[in-house]
Write a protein that binds this ligand. Sequence first.
Ligand code: GCU
Length: 678
Amino acid sequence: MPSHSPVVAGLLPALMLVMALHSLPTASSAPAETNYDESLVGPFVLPDVLAGPDEVPASSEAAWKKTTRPHQFKLLEKYVYGRKLPPVPVAVVGEVERAEVDLGSSKGIRLQAKLRLGTAADAPTTSVLLYLPKTKKKVPVFLKLNFRGNQAETDDPGVWLPTGWVPADTRIKGIADNRVTAASRGGLQRRFPVASMLGRGYGMATAYCGDFFPDRPDGRPQSVLASLDRPVSGELPKDEPGAIGAWAWGLSRILDWLVTLPEVDRSKVIVVGHSRLGKTALWAGACDERFAMVVSNDSGCGGAALSRRNFGETLTVITERFPHWFCPMLAEYAGREIELPCDQHALLAMAAPRPLYVASAEEDRWADPRGEFLAAVAAGRAWKLYGLPGLGTEEMPPINTSIGEMIGYHVRNGTHDLLPYDWTQFADFADRTLLGKGRPAVEATPQADDHSKELLAEFQPDQSLLPAPPPADATLLIAPGIEPKFTSMAGGPINWEVEDGSLVATRTKNHANHIASSVMFEDADIHAEFMVSPLAHGNSGLYIHGHYEMQIYDSFGVENVTSQDEGSLYRFAEPLVNAARPAGEWQVYDIRFIAPKRNADGSLKSAGTLKAWLNGQLVQDGVTFTAPRSPYIPYRHGVTDYLRGVEKQLKATGKGPLFLQDHGSPTRFRNVWIRPLP
Ligand code: GCU
């Protein structure tokens, strides 16, 4: 484990008091041992977010939906949030109150409803506040829970005041003895910009989180859990949900009501949350796939931030101070984060394939902005299974720059808060992803352009004679009498053995002794002759650009070939036929590869595609892709400085190398050439 930084936090007595108040969100009360030094974070390996119960990673959308997502969800239930709570019938008590409201430049409608959650006469209730723009169209709606009651979210004098307990808060007026008065109206309205969002065509809904679970360690008996027949005292089951589970359940119950309203577009309700309620929004989005988009703002530890990173708030601190938020099991992993079977990237991945937005604030180091960003990067693999782009980068963007396609991210300047800047990014992102406005964000069913299709149609290589005579304009990578034009992963000389003029994959324990061509290309014909060994299933492959792997495997005689057999574009497209020859015989691949092309603004110009022949038979015929398809790209597994440079160059120029893969089997290669296409 990484050592902790010796940061000394000279705490003021006043801040000690804040700490004692428990529920006040502040980073200033960070314990002295809190690490804020990036160089002390230390290395860690994330659990595979695509892994199913047998640890086999999902390679298709179908496998993700059927096996992996349910498995990862169960891990999150068991180790972090507790079991998902069952729905109950929701009914409006009395009438929905409707009023026209003046929003300065425009008018809107305010709805308030008291919802009964369950059928018992004494079932819990919540008061929902909803503002709608005046339009005949059904509108998308942002829904968030709030910290201090609906009245604090707006200065609209018509908003009902909560009558129950609220946490003490000296930063806004009008809260005394854990009760609110009218003076608290609008105290947090910066977090709920009704006029501007209605102006953009969105509805805005909110309810007080304390309606579902008063936010204090002893809040359980007053929470909705009692009405759901959950234990509220004594020793709790390890997977018993806490406040976050109850809050997320509350969001779903509000959604039950929202979807009944004729003004609301039921397919476009977006769940948003800040801080602890950001953790909650993410969990609500995971539990309830009816939420069309999920937004986390500064959710930090137990939210979007990776628990394995020793930076800012840790599981030790959060489970001590807020034992009521998570299930009891999580506390057992305090200080043992590396043993947790899941990390928070799995929570983000639960949103796939819906749009997900993660927002951080620069000075909110307690929430670990970088840990939030890295979780969003790691979660992207779930969207890739759907053929959708995630964040599109592994580099944190500059301050106040919103990035990403189906996963959006920004780090705003300033501190822990939910501000109009954040909302603008959420709405811009929703405009693009849900409403299809502006730059198209979704690249579903990508098409190759006509020119690429023509190029593929013409590709009919002669594979009848081996070794095949190279065409005059080919660049030879492995051929008799020449030094192989390959480098090691570090950019140095290769250590693969040469035997009878062929190159034999030299195995290493971590299966990362791949070799990379020193010749770079964009679109190309690739010819490779190879012989698999029966050892380790003959596993190897041709990684085109390091992103697309034409599989080499001992698949001879296999009846139903899959996307892991020879002839497949590994884990993406299965071969049209099984053309594999037995181990010990020479085989040949001819591949015409056309890379995806992008415009200067990053939008897609045309999808990538390829056609591949194996041993005289067509195995791939025009599969399309817009983003890297191999789950094991060499820029991540076994990456070196040299490869970082190669990846950068690939991004900038579209040109990259051909890798020959070490996968623990001594595969032989001879007569390898490429013909870059003009
Ligand atoms: C505290 C807590 C955080 C939480 C925040 C908030 O700072 O440690 O985990 O996100 O409160 O809810 O504002």
